[in-house]
Write a protein that binds this ligand. Structure first.
Ligand SMILES: *[C@@H]1O[C@H](CO)[C@@H](O)[C@H](O)[C@H]1NC(C)=O
Length: 434
């Protein structure tokens, strides 16, 4: 029906790529079928456990004991922390700081995994030593890892040698089947100030590390953004909004997405930088991409100059049916994630940025209907050649103030509403004061 090519999110092809690979390799099909009867459990959607934290400056003995009860990170394991959005605690005396990480074993030598990469490489006509093969391995690699379940890690903060007093250790709940672990730490203002001094953090960030085995000098560091109660936040999509998505037939799409470096949408990084500087905006990338791509995506976006952001991606496991959640309608999944951000910061104003390619107009319309006071602007990038006068938009934006809804083609065409630009948000530093 459509006369133009609608870009497809490339990671949608992941199940296809794997099925394809499994057809060509008995190893791969064994790997995929091995876990296919597992029940679907969306581990990361579980409510994070609240943790009050260890008493400050525990004696060395105490610290040793606590440490030894926790599972150590083995030398062949890796931990990744995703940046999170911390908020003022309800009593107004401290911060609620989410921790969200992933522990896995890269497993590059497993024959089944190698078979998947090899058959996909063959299908795409790649030679082993080509640059594109490296990209393919990198992109596919994080999907083919061994997730470490039931690991109990701990994080420490402010524990540099010179500042033992501020050192705090927080045990974390067990990792789930997909290797993800989540917790909510609570730290009061006084302690936080001491920790931040030791970690050299500015007022609006907090860095921490996973505790590793003695003698392991690797550092697994994570950070949380401390976001004041008031101000302006941006919720942004990734594919087709800030990063160009390939178009074409299946094979071309697979090629462009597994073998080529990501490409940016020109002007978006500059636009977001401007908002960060002029309005002290905070950024949240909400995407239906799987968490496995976080390092690739976040690295790409930060390299091309996007401001720091928190990421909200999708939990997927290759070995069970969550894989097919990649095809789930974003109306179901994105709305829930965006609502939790809006609920965490009820006094902040929000700008929503997406594109016309998939369901952003519909998702954002629903959000604007539910949160009319918080949503100040809704901008979707025109990737479908539409005018905004189509029936689709009348439906998507029914009951929403149409003045705040816009299709845009060039990022520089975006005009923020006067309500945001004329009355600047409360100074972030003021709001951070206890
Ligand atoms: C969207 O892009 C098409 C060209 O691809 C253009 O004709 C149309 O006017 C654009 N819509 C808007 C609202 O700018």
């Amino acid at each position: 029906m459509k006369s133009h090519q609608t870009p497809t999110r490339w990671w949608r092809l992941m199940p296809l790529a794997l099925l394809l690979a499994s057809h060509q390799s008995s190893f791969a099909s064994a790997l995929i079928s091995r876990g296919s009867s597992t029940r679907t459990v969306d581990a990361t959607a579980a409510t994070p456990t609240k943790i009050a934290g260890s008493p400050p400056s525990a004696s060395n003995n105490d610290k040793k004991k606590r440490k030894s009860r926790r599972a150590r990170i083995k030398h062949d394991e890796k931990v990744v922390f995703f940046p999170t959005a911390a908020r003022r605690s309800e009593d107004g005396k401290g911060w609620d700081i989410p921790i969200h990480g992933w522990i896995y074993e890269p497993e590059t030598r497993d024959p089944a995994r190698r078979a998947i990469v090899a058959s996909l490489r063959k299908y795409l006509g790649l030679k082993r030593e080509e640059e594109e093969t490296k990209i393919l391995k990198r992109r596919l690699g994080t999907f083919l890892v061994n997730n470490e379940r039931r690991k109990e890690l701990a994080v420490q903060m402010g524990c540099s040698v010179a500042s033992g007093e501020s050192c705090r250790v927080f045990p974390l709940p067990q990792s789930k089947k997909n290797g993800h672990f989540q917790a909510m730490l609570q730290i009061d203002d006084q302690e936080l100030a001491a920790i931040q001094e030791a970690t050299c953090d500015e007022k609006n960030t907090l860095h921490f590390q996973a505790i590793v085995e003695d003698g392991d000098d690797r550092v697994f560091e994570g950070m949380s953004h401390l976001i004041p109660n008031e101000g302006v936040s941006v919720i942004s999509d990734i594919d087709d909004t800030v990063k160009i998505t390939g178009v074409g037939n299946k094979k071309a799409l697979l090629r462009s997405t597994f073998m080529e470096e990501f490409k940016q949408v020109p002007g978006m990084a500059e636009l977001y930088q401007e908002w960060a500087e002029d309005l002290d905006c905070k950024f949240h990338f909400v995407s239906s991409s799987p968490w496995q791509l976080w390092e690739e995506l976040a690295g790409f976006l930060s390299d091309i100059g996007f401001p720091h952001a928190t990421y909200h991606l999708k939990p997927i496991r290759l070995k069970d049916r969550t894989l097919f959640d990649l095809w789930k309608c974003p109306l179901e999944t994105k709305i829930e994630v965006i609502e939790s951000i809006l609920d965490s910061f009820p006094q902040r104003k929000f700008i929503l940025v997406g594109d016309t390619g998939e369901k952003d107009p519909e998702v954002y319309g629903e959000i604007a209907r539910r949160y009319p006071n918080q949503i100040q602007g809704l901008y979707v990038r025109n990737v479908t050649g539409e005018t905004g006068k189509e029936e689709r938009y009348d439906e998507a934006w029914v009951g929403v103030n149409r003045e705040i809804c816009h299709l845009f083609t060039e990022p520089q065409d975006i005009q923020l509403p006067a309500s945001l630009t004329t009355s600047p948000p409360t100074n972030a530093k003021e709001a951070l004061k206890p």
